[in-house]
Design a protein. Structure first.
Ligand code: ZN
Length: 149
């Protein structure tokens, strides 16, 4: 009986760590204005999906700053434009922008930051994007994001 209980505990531990691993990823950004991934699929089973943005470059954030923003594809242009107006102090995101599903702060070379995507707020079949809202970056620093099965 004691043996069975410890086996169950062990199995539970394994299951927990496996699902946690699927509910997070790391995206790298560099001084060449590039993300390391072009597309991302978020498992539907995750309550939240943690994205760690790692700036592998050396340039400071006022010159080559990067953030990681998630929105519907249709909202990307508007968020970028309003973010530019909001400026660096607002991390190039208009305060309380309801179109933004998740966003990190802007970081410079050598820094990293993490944000949680609330998976329950995403709809399967909708076209989402992730991008960097630093002025001039969104045209190349972008990728598609979908909710997987
Ligand atoms: Zn950027």
């Amino acid at each position: 009986m004691k043996y069975q209980l410890s086996m169950l505990a062990l199995l539970a531990t394994i299951c927990t760590s496996a699902s946690a691993a699927e509910c997070q990823t790391t995206v790298e950004a560099n001084d060449a204005m590039q993300f390391s991934v072009k597309s991302m699929e978020v498992p539907k089973s995750c309550k939240k999906f943690d994205v760690t943005l790692k700036h592998t470059g050396k340039m400071p954030k006022n010159m080559m700053g990067h953030n990681f923003v998630v929105s519907l594809e249709a909202d990307k242009a508007g968020i970028s434009t309003d973010g530019m107006t909001a400026g660096a102090a607002a991390n190039y995101i208009k305060p309380n922008d309801k179109r933004v599903i998740a966003a990190t702060k802007v970081i410079g070379g050598g820094e990293s930051t993490t944000v949680s995507i609330p998976v329950g707020n995403l709809a399967a079949g909708s076209d989402y994007v992730f991008f960097c809202s630093f002025p001039g970056h969104a045209a190349v620093m972008k990728g598609s994001l979908k909710v997987g099965s």
